[in-house]
Design a protein around this ligand. Structure first.
Ligand code: DGJ
Length: 724
């Protein structure tokens, strides 16, 4: 059993293979966090109920033995009732104040895990794979009743947390903050690690020591964003790639998020994660409930590398769903970077013919196939075929592509509307806007108000018409701007603060409809590259376009950063013509991801064609390894300006592939590559020098690789295979 209730101590203990988490019900019904960290055998840890023996200025609860909420490790902190730190829950009640105070009101423990209403989440494949604790806590004055959900995935050192708030009173109330989790840790000697970025340079790793006060990352862009990923790790000072304690947090949400840490006057740390409270007010009528998104928490005492591998295994097994969770995905080629909007049936058929000869399995038709779409200025929302480009519609094109033995994929941007579109002319109030203001444009487009059901019905109806009548195997779902002027013509004045979350729920509804009605379609998410690369999107699409920057050397940082919590199977990575790195390097880098090509296949020289055919063979050879293996980041481009190196090891440790890229040549460089994650006692042969030796020798003595002769941008791969 991974969750137990110790009725003598009044504690809950939640264990994974490597971690323990202890919650105490204190007198007065206060819920306290006594411990989160490496696995321990006991159900109680003394001295953890308060951070400080004295608490001048901080208010106390005289009825509960002068309990001081402000110095206590509260399990789900509330606003205004004595705890003066940043809080998880704030309810504005019928009296107009936002004082919120919840106390224990029962619990339930059961096997398995429940889905969340209208929102994606991780799941248990069998009931035995997970166990869930629900703790109920109630505010007797307002009638707000909270359910805290904790699901333990014992095997993975993973816990998920979320909350549900119910209005059990007869009066309406407003949620001003409703966060997914609150976690109080007793110390503050941690570094915060987050992933910042921008279009074309997503998910750079940033590490900073925690300091007193509030720090963290947020999005108020209407999506999880290029700017700050909904990921945060707290690494014990000194923890690195291989050693030390790390707590990883990833919010399963695609909208405005907030991941904060507050270090208080006792030098303790509070973590608060959930929907960004800025621009959020949710009206909760009598009897109504509100579900927060869930947050995945990973504990590692093997550094950042082990944290990442845990996220990867867990996401591959318990988040990604559908046919392509296990089934091999077709090797695709996309024309976008070669032609942009300039496509015709003739040109695409030529692409398909050349692609077939090289061994590709699917042609993806990107932006430009619909309405009057000759550039980015028009037609989003007009999801019918542009017959000037594709005479006779999609059928002649798809049947010719299929005749070469290739599958066919198509591009959509369902949550957008161009001012120059038939849809906008028919329904000008269907764009996201507020009264009295001209909504701002982004990439010359407006955002379609998918918070409205009739709008979703319409856009999905148009998509269905195309998808059900053609042999389409893949959809690329794009989202090319951030939200502004956030409002809906369908919401009342009181509901203004609900818009952002309703928009996200609308997106989830659309994606749910698509994946339910077309379960055989491979969905790839995209948002101007990787602007919506989050676990919620992964629940619908097993792969996400990682970045519009497909230049191999720039991709190193993008893929290293993305890999902190997202698996290789999720990272759409294509060989393109961008940059000057050799074709081999482009493929070696893209191979660490969901591999494909993004160029004109007719332009390869005879020599390049042979190279590409060999790359396609490697793709098949290493598919299983790349999609299910364990990642070891050997040399990070964030730490080393000259080199990047990584390794993928098969689950059974029988095979590994190490890749090294010379970012910048350094004279007299003598690199000793030390693979990790092998079995010390197995015997391996490596392809670099052919030596046959034990896993221990390989990992300790390494492979001496002389990179002095390699030029900027060159790559080297070393295969390591078990010899039986
Ligand atoms: C942005 C995407 O990231 C690109 O791959 C491409 O699909 C364009 N949009 C099309 O407009």
């Amino acid at each position: 059993m991974s969750i137990i209730f110790d009725s003598e101590r009044n504690t809950f203990k939640l264990d994974t293979a490597q971690s323990s988490y202890i919650i105490k019900i204190r007198d007065g019904g206060y819920l306290l966090n006594l411990y989160y960290g490496a696995k321990i055998p006991d159900t109680y840890v003394a001295g953890r109920e308060s951070r400080s023996p004295t608490a001048s200025f901080s208010p106390v609860d005289a009825e509960a033995g002068n309990f001081c909420p402000d110095t206590a490790p509260l399990e789900y902190s509330t606003n205004g009732a004595g705890d003066l730190r940043v809080s998880a829950l704030s309810v504005r009640n019928k009296d107009g104040n936002s004082v919120t105070d919840i106390r224990y009101d029962g619990h339930k423990i059961y096997k398995g895990k429940l889905p969340i209403n209208g929102m994606p989440s991780t799941y248990a494949n069998t009931e035995d794979e997970a166990e869930t604790l629900e703790i109920y806590a109630k505010d007797c004055v307002t009638g707000a009743r909270v359910t805290l959900y904790y699901t333990v995935f014992e095997k993975y050192s993973v816990m998920t947390r979320r909350a549900m708030i119910e209005n059990t009173s007869d009066e309406p109330m407003k949620l001003e903050r409703a966060m997914s989790l609150s976690l109080d840790l007793p110390e503050m000697d941690y570094d915060m690690i987050t992933l910042w970025g921008a279009h074309n340079m997503e998910r750079n790793i940033e590490r900073r020591p925690l300091s007193h006060g509030i720090q963290g990352v947020e999005s108020k862009r209407g999506s999880s964003s290029h700017a700050q990923n909904p990921f945060m790790a707290l690494a014990k000072r000194g923890a690195d790639e291989e050693h030390g304690e790390v707590f990883g947090f990833n919010l399963v949400y695609s909208g405005n998020h907030s991941l904060l840490a507050e270090c208080d006057y006792n030098s303790a740390t509070r973590v608060i994660i959930g929907i960004n409270p800025t621009d959020f007010i949710w009206n909760l009528g009598a009897g109504e409930r509100f579900d927060t998104p869930e947050c995945v928490m990973v504990y590692s005492d093997g550094g950042l590398g082990e944290m990442s591998r845990t996220f990867h295994r867990f996401y591959n097994n318990n988040l990604v769903r559908g046919k392509y969770k296990y089934e091999k995905r077709p090797l695709l080629i996309n024309h976008w970077e070669a032609t942009t909007f300039d496509i015709t049936t003739e040109k695409l058929v030529e692409f398909a013919k050349a692609a077939k000869e090289l061994g590709f399995e699917m042609l993806v038709m990107d932006d430009g196939w619909f309405g009057k779409r000759y550039n980015s200025k028009s037609s989003l929302g007009d999801w019918y075929v542009n017959e000037d480009k594709l005479p006779g519609g999609l059928e002649p094109l798809i049947s010719q592509v299929n005749a070469f033995g290739l599958k066919f994929g198509i591009w959509y941007e369902p949550e957008m509307i161009s001012p120059d579109s038939d849809l906008y002319r028919a329904h000008p109030d269907w764009c996201v806007h507020v009264p009295g203001r001209v909504p701002k444009l982004g990439r010359t487009q407006l955002v379609l108000d998918v918070s409205r059901k009739e709008v979703r019905d319409h856009v999905f109806g148009m998509m269905r018409e195309v998808l059900k009548n053609h042999n389409i195997s893949y959809v690329k779902w794009d989202f090319n701007r951030n939200l502004s002027d956030a409002g809906s013509a369908a919401l009342t004045k009181e509901q203004g603060g609900e818009f952002f979350h309703r928009f996200v729920l609308g997106t989830y509804d659309l994606m749910d409809r698509l994946t339910t009605e077309f379960p055989d379609i491979l969905l790839e998410n995209c948002s101007g590259g990787g602007g919506r690369f989050d676990p919620a999107m992964l629940a619908y699409s097993p792969q996400i376009w990682t970045s519009d920057n497909s230049e191999a050397i720039h991709r190193l940082k993008i893929q290293f950063g993305t890999s902190l919590c997202y698996p290789a199977s999720a990272m759409g990575a294509h060989v393109s013509r961008k940059g000057s790195a050799p074709l081999k390097t482009r493929a070696d880098v893209a191979m660490w991801g969901s591999f494909g090509y993004e160029l004109d296949p007719r332009t390869f020289s005879a020599e390049e064609r042979e190279t590409v055919k060999a790359q396609v063979a490697d793709y098949h050879k290493y598919y299983e390894l790349m999609h299910t293996g364990d990642l070891y980041r050997l040399v990070s481009p964030f730490e080393n300006p000259y080199l990047a190196a990584w390794e993928i090891v098969s689950e059974d440790k029988g095979e590994a592939l190490v890749t090294v890229v010379t970012v910048k040549q350094e004279q007299h460089r003598n690199l000793v590559l030390r693979p990790r994650g092998l079995d010390e006692n197995k015997t391996y042969k490596n392809s670099f020098n052919g030596q046959i030796c034990s896993g221990r020798t390989l990992m300790k003595a390494g492979i001496a690789v002389h990179t002095a002769n390699s030029a900027d941008g060159e790559s080297l791969t070393v295969c390591i295979n078990e010899v039986k």
